[in-house]
Design a protein. Structure first.
Length: 406
């Protein structure tokens, strides 16, 4: 079934809120992608192995797991705008904590700062993701969220490029530049944005409570496709974050380039394809059902990750980059499909979905362990491969459910 070209993408009364909230996606995209450069940087500075450096991602995504439910409760009680402002304040505070970090030279202190940033990001994402899906017709919700998430991709592109050039010298070694510099700038910018949002009134979206034939409130956990979406989103996070974490290690250890050049490649190669994939995917889903698009892209990620695992040299490297284009639409698409038809459960359901970045703890630690034990980054790609297979199974189930409906 094709989309109706005349279906409203964003309602006119929601255009300004859509633009403002979409700007937030860039902010946390930048914060996520900078971790991939810090991973290699801290390996050099603190002389640690891959499993230890993966604690950068682990601590960040533990923050998601711990704060997701409190964020959902806060937003349910106080609304989307206050959730956004509080998240920005936490984010800005955590970023500014990096400034005294240089003097302390403590890896544990940096981990604490990243944890505070993560707590802020989970408030932002718990509010912004479902909010964007509600700012227009239900039929265009997945396309709308993919468009907003494209600016997340833009932040992902810029972060490795800027921080990689700052932290790595031409010889491929850590340059000795302060890691506090990009975080200090981020902190100031984010706090200014928090002030702007504190002055703007965002319209709240009201939902009706879903009841059964006897008038009883329908439980969130009775929605089977939501539960399956929760599992699929966790699997996706494990795969996506694991690959981002060790992209630089994979390219460097294959002898293809230095860490500095690999950081630039991560921006202009993989993450640029990721960003373009979301823009293109958003456009395509104006006319093609999201379930079908997800199924095709899931097949693509399974194929490309398999080629990386097989260690076929240039073929595997090309597949690694192409995988970013295929995975691009997965998070917003699974997220939007999982929230479909949940009504008054939407905010709480969103908070549970935002617990899935805990895959950023599981995936990198497991992938780092496999890489250390096998002494092969290619072999470690079995971890994201399994995750993408799970996403493919979910996409197949969603596609089947769509065929039954139509």
């Amino acid at each position: 079934m094709k989309r109706d070209r005349n279906t409203a993408f964003v309602e006119k009364r929601y255009l300004l809120p859509f633009v403002l909230v979409t700007s937030l996606f860039f902010i946390w995209g930048f914060a996520h992608a900078i971790l991939n450069v810090l991973n290699k940087h801290f390996q050099d500075v603190f002389s640690m192995d891959k499993t230890q450096s993966a604690m950068i991602q682990a601590m960040t995504y533990i923050g998601y797991f711990i704060c997701a439910i409190p964020a959902g409760l806060f937003i349910t009680r106080y609304g989307y705008r206050k959730g956004v402002v509080f998240g920005l304040l936490l984010y800005g505070t955590g970023a500014l904590l990096f400034i005294p970090g240089d003097g302390l030279a403590s890896f544990e202190y940096y981990l604490f700062s990243l944890f505070v940033i993560a707590c802020g990001m989970v408030f932002l994402e718990t509010a912004a993701n479902p909010y964007v899906t509600e700012l227009g017709a239900k039929e265009t919700a997945t396309s709308r969220l993919n468009l907003a998430q494209s600016f997340n991709g833009l932040g992902c592109v810029m972060a490795p490029m800027i921080t990689g050039l700052l932290l790595f010298g031409n010889n491929g070694e850590s340059s000795g530049s302060s890691v506090a510099i990009p975080y200090a700038v981020m902190g100031v910018v984010v706090l200014v944005i928090a002030f702007v949002f504190s002055l703007v009134k965002l319209p709240e979206i009201k939902h009706e409570v879903e009841t059964d034939a006897d008038g009883n409130v329908v439980s969130l956990w009775s929605h089977k496709m939501y539960i399956l979406g929760l599992i699929a989103l966790l699997a996706y996070e494990i795969s996506e974050i694991s690959i981002n974490t060790f992209f630089i290690n994979y390219v460097v250890e294959d002898g293809l380039m230095t860490p500095r050049d690999a950081s630039v490649l991560l921006s202009f190669g993989g993450l640029t394809l990721f960003m373009l994939g979301r823009f293109v995917g958003s456009a395509i889903m104006r006319f093609v059902r999201a379930e079908k698009m997800l199924f095709i892209c899931a097949i693509g990620t399974v194929c490309t990750t398999t080629l990386v695992f097989l260690d076929l040299g240039l073929v595997s490297f090309t597949a690694l980059c192409l995988g970013y284009a295929f995975e691009a639409i997965m998070f917003p698409t699974i997220f939007a499909l999982s929230l479909r038809g949940l009504g008054a459960h939407t905010k709480r359901a969103s908070s549970y979905l935002m617990m899935t970045p805990v895959g950023g703890v599981i995936g990198p630690l497991l992938m780092g362990y496999v890489a250390d034990v096998s002494d092969s980054m290619s072999m470690a790609f079995v971890v994201p491969l399994v995750g993408y297979v799970i996403v493919l199974l979910y996409a197949h189930k969603a596609k089947k459910a769509l065929e039954v409906l139509f």
